[in-house]
Design a binder for this molecule. Structure first.
Ligand code: CA
Ligand code: CA
Length: 398
């Protein structure tokens, strides 16, 4: 995918909340939204995709069908994806999150249940794979499941494959990626499964097409519905408004001189991976990426690259053809807040101290600090500015 890249600036607004800290909307908003985005995709389990497959079957004959079946099996059964989720691990526990959800087959249409069955944090052992982790999560949450003769999960809590017009089944993503191989292939031992990963086991009524697994589709953009990022001082409104899948270059303005940002970068077609890099795009270097786009330390001048569908990365779509990758860039620009002399993204007592020390001539303000110290805008940096900062602090501590 290639498109005209217009530079777009994502301005990040910092907003005080009642407790006096900067609030990061994306924290709550976008990350919740990610899980609900799938919910919103209520495809009426249709016949179209099935027909597509049948058509292919007749067009290409048995070999194709075999491949197709193996893909479908892999998908139905395993589905692993490259997701990411915050590890709310205790101490040094290594954990992954496992979510089981059915957003495609409604009760009205006959499903025994729908929605999120559970969202669990599972401790990761050395012998674990995606497969074992999913099975353990299901049984630890006291739900039934069935492993088919082919070794994949065919039933969870009474919702079985083929339940919807013969075209339903279970698929899983690992960090929002429908894995190219079965879930058993992604293990702790081989590094395919890592602490902090997010596994979503989801029901599809259409061989994956209704949950973002688009076989034979070569779109490598990021999904606008599921794009976002969060940082300590980054608020929400921003990215949802400014991100356009076809625009490749952005500037992210941050209010703290340093921050740690997590990107929620989900491909439109989740058969492809999205990988996040800093300052150097290295698609050929395994592990050079920030897994799941999480916890990227940034400062002024850094450049974040998010690639989707690089031809060297695994995808089940390689059966159908080769995609052209899409690479987005996000330049990080530090835009200080007025009065934030220590550059930590908020007005606090340390800013007052810095100012007072400069009055007492213990320390001189840097040029940059001088620019932002005049918080009351009277062209002078003096005690009134210190007072103004104190007022802001007091107001929000009140
Ligand atoms: Ca400060
Ligand atoms: Ca002033």
């Amino acid at each position: 995918m290639r498109s005209e890249s217009a530079a777009t600036v994502i301005t990040v607004y910092s907003v005080w909340n009642e407790s006096g800290y900067f609030r990061v909307g994306l924290d709550l908003y976008s990350w919740t939204r990610r899980s609900t985005a799938k919910t919103n995709r209520n495809f009426a389990c249709g016949f179209d995709v099935v027909l597509f497959f049948i058509e292919k079957h007749f067009l290409f004959g048995g070999i194709f069908m075999k491949k197709l079946l193996s893909i479908i099996l892999a998908v139905t059964v395993f589905a692993a994806a490259f997701g990411v989720i915050s590890v709310s691990a205790e101490e040094n526990d290594k954990t992954v999150s496992v979510i089981v959800v059915n957003n495609t087959y409604s009760k009205e249409n006959g499903a025994p249940w729908s929605g999120v069955l559970f969202n669990a944090t599972v401790t990761l052992g050395e012998d674990d794979s995606m497969e074992s982790v999913i099975e353990r999560a299901v049984s630890e949450n006291d739900y039934s499941f069935t492993v088919s003769d082919y070794g994949y999960i065919s039933e969870i809590n009474g919702l079985t494959e083929y339940a919807y017009n013969g075209s339903g089944g279970w698929m899983a993503t690992l960090n929002n990626w429908f894995t190219a191989d079965g879930t058993g292939a992604y293990t702790v031992a081989n590094g395919g499964l890592q602490s902090g990963d997010e596994i979503v086991m989801m029901y599809t009524c259409a061989w994956g097409a209704d949950v973002g697994s688009l076989y034979g589709d070569f779109n490598t953009t990021l999904s606008v519905d599921e794009f976002g990022f969060r940082g300590s001082y980054i608020s929400e409104a921003t990215t949802q408004e400014f991100f356009v899948p076809e625009i490749l270059d952005y500037t992210i303005e941050i209010n703290a001189s340093e921050d740690v940002i997590s990107f929620l970068a989900v491909p439109t077609n989740k058969n492809y991976q999205a990988r996040v890099y800093k300052n150097e795009y290295q698609p050929d270097v395994n592990g050079a990426e920030y897994r799941g786009g999480k916890n990227v330390p940034v400062k002024d001048g850094d450049v974040i690259y998010i690639g989707v569908g690089n031809p060297s990365w695994p995808t089940m779509n390689s059966w159908a053809g080769t995609a052209e990758e899409t690479v987005y860039t996000f330049k990080i620009k530090y835009v200080p807040l007025l009065g934030d002399l220590n550059g930590n993204g908020k007005l606090d007592i340390d800013d007052v101290t810095i100012l007072q020390r400069s009055f007492a001539e213990f320390e001189e303000l840097s040029e940059k600090q001088k620019e932002i110290a005049d918080i009351n805008g009277d062209k002078a940096v003096d005690i009134l500015d210190a007072t103004a900062i104190q007022r802001v602090i007091a107001e929000f501590d009140a």
